[in-house]
Design a protein around this ligand. Structure first.
Ligand code: NAI
Length: 656
């Protein structure tokens, strides 16, 4: 108590962030009882005990583990009941916000009389639940629109997190405190103004008579983004808002609760939460390193090969690390390579995506066709020369003559074993794989490959490298196609088989886009390069007749050779139909195609786990979500297979 004002500090013990854990609930209940009973209190301030976090919201782990309707209902009732009691206190309540105020944290703040926030980098305010396949279930779908009107719909659907000033403009926050201001002092004086009736709080009456039209518009916009897929979180949150805004708040909250139970039980919510967890894990590759590991400083890098991949890798090193980079290729490749980098950097600068001027980045580049003495200064080399074992052998032989013994060397090979290539380097323990995806500056994923002799130090240093160039890594052992391509091979192979069995190309592709893949398998083949796939199949000893005849007809893919499976307008090229090797007709439904293709992927995933190519199903799901665009609300193929019961059906147990 300070005079007649109560100050309540949220501080969930042992955690960096405040979230609604069971202990937090219990503590809050105790406080509520005191607040209700004490007749002397004139107002209360809720503030956080954490330096840069007010309240991060619901505890996702807790929600992920809830599988019973009863259980979810009970937790929701507790939350709603406590917020209701908060709103019924006889005096004003003020949330004093510093740092994240998200989800259930903002819903708490919305149940207070008013909100004051201090500006800072970490002060972001919003209801991001839809981003993880849930929606705000602690009154947010009702209190936010009642406070700020229709703009709340967009904020909730997009899960937008606003800086304090923007939240103030939107009307969510009543007062702003500058970054160097004293939040508690300002909160105290603001509360006194509220108590005395001097504070003018903007609480406009909103007219929700057009809510049906607004909801319909929101639904159409969402369906455009999800390509027609009715994902439970979006559909049910719109429904809650639409129905809730037509009735009094208490009734509206019951509608929200009912829909929230449904969404929290959905597989899409569990999948979305898994994607959130594997994203958080790989957001900071340092957390994947051996505890206590001190990474080797990377002050200078080299890239071998200035082709498609070498260019992309150089771009990422330069723009993220801003260290000198030596790039080696044949003389004719050097100027075109540099011109390409400048073009990409110019584009990034235009979009304000570069921290330093383009010229500064270009000045960090040394191009060469020789192994000069400068290679001695290099701490890491990424090799991206032709995919030919003889070429690689020669390159490593020459390279190892000039680099220091402690230099880390990695190969971007997509199909050659790291263990085989390690024979060509002087220190096989300092050699590993870094398999990037094209275009490197757009694709987040890198597969870090451990050869038989690669040391843990090298893996840790490569994880550090991934962190420095802001890539999302998975760690695996040597394997044809590593992780992502290993799962994609049977996916492609079976898709083509369905076509040969008389299923239209459009149908096969549509089945998978409706599953949530960004493009269908046949279109993906066209984009990756049909010739690339052909080479891979041949390498695996598989004779895929359709792919063979399409490649022999000079069709390597629309982008690559001007001809592939598709025409420019997106329709299937009729000329490709006669090239399909027909086999006995076997019509499949959309669902059969989806389940069978998922099954094929998951079987490979199981094999990778059995053979210890990866140690954790999460690595496979990271690969598929960020390497291929596997639908995030499904949490990755391994998680989705657990959620849908496929894992148990196929293998008698779950992967997670
Ligand atoms: P690319 O053909 O575009 O570029 C290769 C470059 O290496 C050429 O500029 C060539 O002149 C140069 N080169 C050849 N011998 C060299 C030597 N002795 N020293 C220095 N440079 C030399 O090939 P791309 O696509 O960039 O592939 C490079 C590597 O990346 C390959 O191992 C490939 O398997 C792998 N990769 C390719 C992906 C793709 O989407 N293109 C994806 C992931 C990996």
């Amino acid at each position: 108590m300070e005079g007649d004002v109560a100050i309540v500090t949220f501080d969930v013990a042992g955690d960096v962030m405040n979230t609604w854990t069971e202990e937090a609930f219990a503590g809050f209940y105790e406080v509520l009882e005191i607040l209700e009973k004490d007749e002397t209190i004139k107002g209360v301030i809720f503030i956080s005990g954490k330096p840069d976090n007010f309240f991060a919201g619901a505890n996702l782990k807790m929600i992920e583990e809830m599988n019973e309707e009863k259980e979810i209902k009970k937790t929701l009732d507790l939350l709603h009941d406590s917020f209701r009691r908060l709103t019924r206190l006889k005096y004003p309540t003020l949330a004093a916000i510093n740092g994240h105020c998200l989800g259930g944290g903002l819903e708490f703040a919305l149940a207070c009389t008013a909100r004051i926030a201090r500006e800072s980098k970490t002060t972001v305010i919003g209801l991001p639940e839809c981003n993880v396949g849930l929606f705000p279930g602690g009154g947010g779908t009702q209190r936010l629109p009642r406070l700020i009107g229709y703009p709340a719909i967009d904020l909730i659907l997009k899960g937008r997190m606003l800086p304090a000033a923007k939240a103030y403009e939107a009307g969510i926050i009543d007062r702003l405190v500058p970054a160097d201001g004293d939040l508690l002092e300002k909160a105290k004086s603001f509360l006194q103004e509220i108590i005395s009736g001097k504070a003018k709080l903007k609480r406009p009456e909103h007219d929700f008579s057009q809510v049906d039209a607004a909801a319909e518009q929101a639904r159409q916009e969402v369906l455009k983004v999800t390509k027609g897929r009715e994902l439970p979180a979006y559909m049910l949150v719109i429904k809650s808002i639409q129905e809730g805004l037509k009735v009094p708040l208490d009734e509206a909250l019951e509608i929200e609760k009912k829909n929230f139970v449904e969404v929290a039980l959905s597989n899409e919510a569990k999948g979305g939460i898994n994607t959130f967890f594997i994203k958080t894990m790989t957001d900071k590759p340092k957390s994947m390193m051996t505890k206590g590991f001190v990474p080797k400083p990377l002050k200078k890098a080299a890239v071998l090969g200035f082709g498609t991949m070498g260019r992309g890798i150089a771009i990422e090193i330069l723009r993220n690390m801003q260290v000198p980079v030596i790039i080696k290729d044949i003389p004719e490749a050097l100027e075109p390579g540099k011109a390409f980098l400048r073009k990409i950097f110019d584009g990034m600068a235009e979009k304000k995506r570069l921290k330093v001027p383009v010229d500064d980045l270009m000045n960090l580049i040394t191009t060469t066709s020789e192994y000069t003495d400068e290679f001695r200064e290099v701490d890491i080399v990424v090799e991206a020369v032709f995919e030919n074992i003889k070429v690689k052998e020669q390159v490593y032989g020459e390279l190892c003559e000039v680099v220091r013994d402690d230099c880390v060397i990695s190969s971007n090979t997509s199909s050659l074993p790291i263990t085989t290539m390690s024979r060509y380097v002087k220190n096989p323990e300092r050699f590993g794989g870094t398999h990037f995806f094209s275009p490197v500056w757009l694709m987040q994923l890198v597969e870090i490959v451990r050869g038989e002799k690669t040391s843990q130090d090298t893996i840790d240093n490569l994880l550090n490298f991934a962190a420095l160039i802001r890539k999302r890594p998975l760690v695996c052992r040597d394997n044809p196609g590593f992780v992502v391509n290993a799962l994609l091979f049977p996916y492609f192979l079976n898709s083509i088989k369905y076509i040969e069995e008389g299923n239209a190309i459009e149908k096969v592709d549509k089945a998978m886009t409706r599953f949530g893949m960004p493009v269908g398998p046949v279109r993906l083949t066209d984009e990756v390069g049909i010739d690339v796939l052909h080479k891979v199949f041949v390498g695996m000893g598989i004779e895929q007749m359709t792919i063979k005849s399409v490649v022999e007809a000079g069709r390597f893919g629309l982008k690559k050779s001007g001809k592939g499976f598709f025409l420019k307008d997106g329709s299937v090229d009729p000329d490709v139909i006669p090239l399909i090797a027909k086999s006995g007709p076997k019509e499949k439904t959309e669902e059969e195609i989806q389940t069978e293709l998922l099954t094929e992927m998951v079987k490979v995933g199981k094999d990778l786990l059995d053979r210890k190519i990866v140690d954790d199903p999460r690595m496979i799901d990271v690969g598929m979500v960020w390497g291929v665009g596997f639908p995030p609300e499904k949490g990755g193929p391994m998680k989705w297979s657990d959620l849908t019961g496929l894992s148990r059906k196929l293998f008698g147990k779950n992967f997670y």
